[in-house]
Design a protein around this ligand. Structure first.
Ligand SMILES: Nc1ncnc2c1ncn2[C@@H]1O[C@H](COP(=O)(O)OP(=O)(O)O)[C@@H](O)[C@H]1O
Ligand SMILES: O=C(OP(=O)(O)O)[C@H](O)COP(=O)(O)O
Length: 401
């Protein structure tokens, strides 16, 4: 087991890894549940007199969402109702000077860790620990705290490098999510177990279908659902209008998708209709037989949403990862919200995960108490459901030994 912040001495100089990865609309970072949850950890650390430098990432290089963390510092400051400084540097001279100036009870956000070359390539913890990034920052601090459960499946420098060379502790979010997201197999449900999979990160979800034990049926939507429809012979799941969701993931995952489609025929539910932006910008729907390659489909259709909701109502347990459509746009929220409402109405056991997807609960007036657990993690949470270890959690455990 790892050590937690209960094991920390007070008034330390701390490097704290959070996951503040958030949606970005027209260059404006959107508040999501991650800020509020991590603010709780920070509030506790600051109250104990620690000086806190926050390390986090946003987006992926090359994407529109790959932006500075300056706005994230301001959102955190709102949640904490106190000043949070920002420095546009991660481990260079400016960062080191700002860290040096930090006093007990103060918080500082360092620049997006993914702007450092050594952060991203997935490599073994010992390789990450030997990067200049880690070797420069680590000596500046008394200890490292990892609260970024939702990024714990990535073997990146900020997640697995520091705990090899420093005293390392789990933050509150790490601790709570780790406890809540135990594997499905260990839970032993009596009735039907359903998993609704959607969102954009198909590469994280596809392996889950094959490796998770104890799930009886999968309802697919979002980008992952469209890739399966493409494999089933429909004209959908192609990049159009400058999107880069489909073609690369198709090339990487095609064989797996085709194999799963065949082997899991009886437990996979694919959309039977999809929604798109029609004339006058209104929501329009089409049966999957009528799909066209050139159209962007932005939600599952209403027949599909009702079918999925019925499957949910008959379930003993439901796990959701990823949205079934672009719910941020009210016209395309039907699939995601219909399924979430069905979960909320029944007394099935449920977990809803995903930094973006969990946002839909607040946006559409659903009550968090009607869900078993709302996780701010997506990829990490589905991996945990399969019983697969998370590299950054393993790194914390190794540090405690
Ligand atoms: N058909 C679609 N086309 C484009 N984006 C989609 C589609 N369906 C769902 N999405 C988007 O997927 C996002 C959630 O995906 P992802 O980031 O993988 O999940 P999470 O952050 O919840 O783990 C939502 O913000 C939603 O807008
Ligand atoms: O948002 C995240 O994952 P999620 O979308 O699976 O919840 C994490 O910050 C990891 O980001 P990444 O999937 O770009 O490595």
């Amino acid at each position: 087991m790892f050590k937690t912040i209960d094991d920390l001495d007070t008034e330390q100089q701390l490097l704290v890894r959070l996951d503040l990865n958030a949606p970005v609309e027209d260059d404006v970072v959107q508040d999501n549940r991650r800020f509020a949850r991590h603010a709780e950890t920070l509030r506790e650390l600051l109250a104990d007199g620690h000086a806190v430098a926050v390390l986090a990432h946003q987006g992926r290089p090359g994407r529109d969402t790959f932006v500075s963390l300056e706005q994230h510092a301001a959102i955190l400051a709102d949640h904490l109702d106190r000043d949070v400084d920002f420095v546009a540097d991660t481990f260079g001279e400016d960062a080191l000077a700002a860290i040096d100036d930090l006093e007990g009870g103060e918080a500082l956000v360092l620049e997006n860790a993914r702007m450092c070359d050594e952060e991203l390539p997935e490599e073994a913890p010992e390789v990450k620990a030997d990067t200049e990034f880690v070797r420069t920052l680590a000596p500046e601090f008394d200890a490292y705290v990892n609260d970024a459960y939702s990024a714990a499946h990535r073997s990146h420098a900020s997640l697995v490098g520091f705990p090899r060379v420093m005293d390392a502790y789990a933050g509150r979010v790490m601790e709570q999510e780790y406890t809540a997201n135990s594997s499905i197999q260990e839970r032993e449900f009596d009735g039907t177990v359903t998993m609704a999979l959607g969102g954009t990160k198909a590469e994280d979800l596809i392996p889950v279908i094959e490796s998770v034990d104890g799930v009886d049926q999968f309802c697919l939507g979002g980008i992952v659902g469209e890739l399966f429809l493409r494999a089933a012979g429909h004209d959908v799941g192609y990049d159009v209008e400058g999107t880069d969701f489909f073609d690369d993931q198709w090339d990487d995952q095609r064989e797996t998708i085709e194999r799963i489609l065949e082997e899991y025929e009886d437990s996979l539910y694919l959309a039977t209709d999809l929604a798109y932006e029609g004339a006058d910008d209104e929501r329009a729907e089409v049966d999957v037989e009528g799909l066209e390659k050139e159209t962007s489909y932005l939600d599952v259709g209403s027949d599909t949403a009702e079918t999925y909701a019925d499957l949910v109502r008959e379930s003993e347990a439901v796990f959701v990862k990823g949205a079934l459509g672009v719910f941020e746009d009210e016209r395309f929220a039907d699939g995601t919200v219909t399924v979430l409402e069905a979960i909320a109405e029944t007394d099935c056991f449920s977990v809803v995960g995903g930094g973006d997807t969990s946002r839909a609960i607040g946006m559409y007036g659903l009550d968090e108490d009607d869900f078993g657990h709302v996780s701010i993690a997506g990829g990490a949470y589905v991996r945990a459901l399969t019983g697969e270890p998370l590299v950054a959690v393993e790194a914390l455990e190794a540090a405690a030994e």
